[in-house]
Design a protein around this ligand. Structure first.
Ligand code: GLC
Length: 767
């Protein structure tokens, strides 16, 4: 045992002066503590913006062999051997350093055989260790009863325990299965439930990093990074919800979206080849009576895949008029953009970028070129504020034509001509940096630039979708999970993937419904729209060359079932919008794993095939081929079958029939849910009335309303209504009135009766 280090304290930061290192522990709030060691990286955080430290009292005491640092919520022991152990206030261990040395489980192979096995293309071990001396690792003990969540979009199951993952944003459309370590996003936040007690750990380092969640050895998990500072946050809280609220306090929350973005969106790579193609889709949607708010334009609308251009000839030389016309029909247009700028001296975006030095460069100062859709392309240096401004200005080209949202793709950044070398010169704000450091925040910075552009040019809440992301990107953009496939394994994976994204701050996320690659089937498409109907981003998208998967492609009964679920979605958009209004304050996602709502129920720690929408809806989709009944676990409490209103007592599994047209759906007893009118698209005109369904004879609901478009709500232009029901007695109160279009009428539907209340402007009451 070494002797205890000396400590120095400034404000809320204590520095432990070990002989070989200075470890800083900063108390940000009673539930958020930062551990930091400077290891040469001078950059700023991309995830945490602004000062998150709140005046917090804590105590620091020196014992015989350790220091004790205590806040009102967390208790840290820091010892002479540089261990940091974290306990909750009551002394339950949350995060404790592993005392042994790493000892991989035996793989039964020697070096010679390893080479043989690898010769056929098999991988023996996927762990990534850096070989230079900037590599470091943090190894924590695993309890027998410990479940691990988070990590953004990573493949596999809800509970990440037993798997390993890499953070290195990667475009790999091969079938993404549970052994896929890398995907499009790097969100290095993990949550644990250790013997039932929740905690979180957020490692803020954009360099390539690795999480081994107890795969190498059952007794520990570890995080390692190839370079960068040691910079992690300990997140506490009474409940898992509190921990998520703390994480999103730190890295930011999804801002309130425009309401129409919760509507259905139809997409396919190829639609935007011509105006006629798009018109056919819009006509089909209408003819099939499918509610829809947007059609997405993939890369084909551009001139030779040049970003910020339009192939006008294919749009009767007037794309603006065409988009205007579609808008009048209720359909908004979202266009894709890619970061790769075509190398073409006659193309102004390229020539201006070269002239002003806005592209990343080789170490000897040449513009670095790799291949993407346009062929040879240069890559904007998004780490620099000036380049982000330039990009933001360029988005005006699209908003001037009338584009409603922008979809950012290929921003890992993807490169077809081999990986971008580590030493390509990228900027880290104003500092010169490398691809190695800036890779994982490239998509983040592109999304941020696009967000700023839309905000300025449209004056509305920007609607951005991005494929690549880092922790904190949720402040600027919605995400989708990239190129999945029409596989049953991928509809299954959608649930844990979207739930873990939600826990990781990305409350607004979705998958390509029906599957992007490979051919879908009528059954898979039907089950997919059922299972995805509450995913915040609701978009059917597929690759060119795959079998068509528009809702009408397979005739009946697919079309009718599809329509029925889209109608259900539109009825419940006011509920989802309310959940977003709450999310901006709590960071809690819309689509939630059961464990988030019931973290004290050991039965729900690894449920992969059910999820919740807010606190009130439990969804148990069929995600297996040919299945028409399933077990559904209902947590404690009373639950009502949405379809036949049968009541169940929870705390057990029930068997539910689910023929092809049925999504098993349960409502918590006494929940009150808003029920919007059946519409073809979300109107920009305010609703005149609202209906609330009461799933019992008592309950309370807080409902939010604003114009659904711009930032006026931040100036108080919103209304809040309190709907209360007590023994069938209904009362509606306006808790806040700032938006002039209050509902004229409110209908409250109880099991036995419907109560209609009318707004009395004189008294400001509903009678
Ligand atoms: C990428 C995207 C996909 C898009 C395609 C063509 O594969 O992930 O959604 O359709 O590029 O732009």
């Amino acid at each position: 045992m070494e002797t205890l280090p000396s400590v120095t304290q400034t404000n809320q930061t204590v520095t432990f002066n070990y002989p070989n290192r200075h470890l800083q522990i900063s108390v940000l709030t009673p539930e958020i503590i930062r551990v930091f060691e400077f290891r040469g990286d001078k950059g700023q955080s991309y995830a945490v913006e602004g000062n998150k430290q709140q005046p917090t009292t804590f105590t620091l005491n020196k014992n015989d062999n350790h220091y004790e640092l205590k806040t009102d919520s967390l208790f840290l022991k820091i010892d002479a051997d540089q261990h940091i152990d974290v306990y909750d206030q009551a002394g339950h261990p949350l995060i404790t350093d592993y005392r042994g040395s790493r000892s991989p489980l035996d793989r039964g192979i020697d070096e010679a055989h390893k080479q043989l096995v690898e010769a056929e293309g098999h991988t023996v071990s996927q762990s990534v260790n850096g070989d230079d001396n900037s590599y470091y690792e943090v190894v924590k003990a695993l309890a027998a009863d410990e479940h691990l969540y988070g990590l953004g979009d990573k493949t596999g199951y809800l509970d990440k325990r037993g798997y390993e993952y890499d953070n290195w944003n990667t475009d790999n459309p091969a079938p993404q299965m549970e052994n896929f370590t890398k995907l499009y996003k790097s969100i290095p936040v993990m949550y644990g439930l250790k013997n039932g007690y929740p905690y979180g750990l957020f490692f803020d380092n954009p360099y390539r990093s690795h999480f081994d969640m107890g795969k190498e050895n059952f007794n520990y998990y570890f995080y390692s990074a190839i370079a960068g500072n040691l910079d992690y946050y300990i997140l506490g809280g009474q409940t898992l919800k509190d921990v998520v609220t703390n994480y999103t306090y730190l890295t930011g929350r999804v801002p309130l979206p425009q309401k129409w973005t919760l509507g259905y969106q139809q997409s396919r790579w190829g639609y935007s080849i011509s105006q006629q193609e798009v018109e056919t889709i819009a006509d089909h949607l209408k003819k099939s009576q499918l509610p829809c708010d947007a059609i997405h334009f993939d890369i084909d609308y551009m001139r030779g895949y040049r970003v910020f251009t339009w192939n006008n000839e294919a749009y009767q030389n007037d794309p603006k008029a065409f988009l205007q016309n579609l808008k009048q029909r209720g359909i908004k247009i979202v266009t894709i953009i890619d970061p790769g700028v075509k190398k073409d001296p006659d193309y102004s975006v390229y020539s201006e970028g070269v002239k002003k030095g806005y592209f990343v460069k080789t170490p000897d100062g040449q513009v670095y070129i790799n291949k993407v859709w346009p062929g040879d392309s240069a890559f904007p240096d998004f780490g620099r504020p000036e380049v982000r401004n330039w990009w933001a200005q360029n988005t005006k080209f699209l908003t001037d034509i009338g584009v409603a949202g922008i979809w950012n793709d290929m921003n890992e950044p993807a490169s077809f001509d081999g990986d971008i070398p580590d030493n390509i010169v990228f900027s880290d704000q104003e500092l010169k940096s490398t691809h190695q450091k800036m890779h994982n925040v490239y998509g983040h910075n592109m999304a941020k630039a696009t967000y700023e552009g839309l905000k300025t040019h449209q004056g509305k809440r920007p609607y951005i979708i991005t494929r690549a992301a880092y922790a904190g990107t949720q402040k600027y953009s919605t995400v989708w999970t990239g190129d999945n496939r029409s596989l049953w394994a991928h509809i299954q994976m959608m649930i844990p993937q979207l739930c873990n994204l939600g826990l990781s701050g990305f409350a607004f996320a979705g998958t390509d419904i029906g599957g992007f690659g490979s051919d879908t089937t009528p059954e898979l498409l039907t089950r997919w729209i059922e299972a995805a109907i509450f995913s915040p981003l609701l978009r059917n998208h597929s690759a060119m060359g795959t079998r068509h998967q528009e809702p009408w492609s397979f005739g009946e009964p697919t079309l009718s079932i599809y329509r029925r679920y889209l109608q259900l979605r539109y009825h419940l958009i006011p509920y989802m919008y309310d959940l977003f209004a709450q999310e901006t304050k709590t960071g809690l996602p819309i689509m939630r794993p059961l464990v988030l709502n019931y973290d004290d129920d050991p039965r729900v720690t690894d449920i992969d095939n059910e999820f919740m929408v807010g606190n009130s809806l439990l969804v148990a989709p069929i995600v297996e081929k040919s299945q028409t009944k399933r077990l559904v676990y209902l947590p404690a409490g009373q639950w009502i079958d949405f379809w036949n209103h049968r009541e169940y007592t929870g705390g057990k599994d029930i068997v539910v029939n689910a023929p092809l047209d049925k999504l098993p759906l349960f409502v918590q007893k006494n929940a009150i849910l808003p029920w919007g009118q059946q519409v073809d698209h979300i109107s920009e005109d305010p609703d005149d009335e609202m209906t609330f369904h009461v799933w019992g004879d008592q309950g309370h609901y807080d409902h939010y309303q604003d114009n659904g478009m711009n930032f006026n709500y931040q100036k108080g232009e919103f209304n809040r209504y309190a709907i209360s029901v007590n023994r069938n007695q209904v009362s509606v109160k306006l808790l806040h009135q700032g938006f002039k279009s209050v509902y004229r009428k409110i209908k409250v539907v109880l099991p036995e009766k419907t109560v209609t209340l009318t707004y009395e402007p004189r008294t400001n009451r509903y009678l």
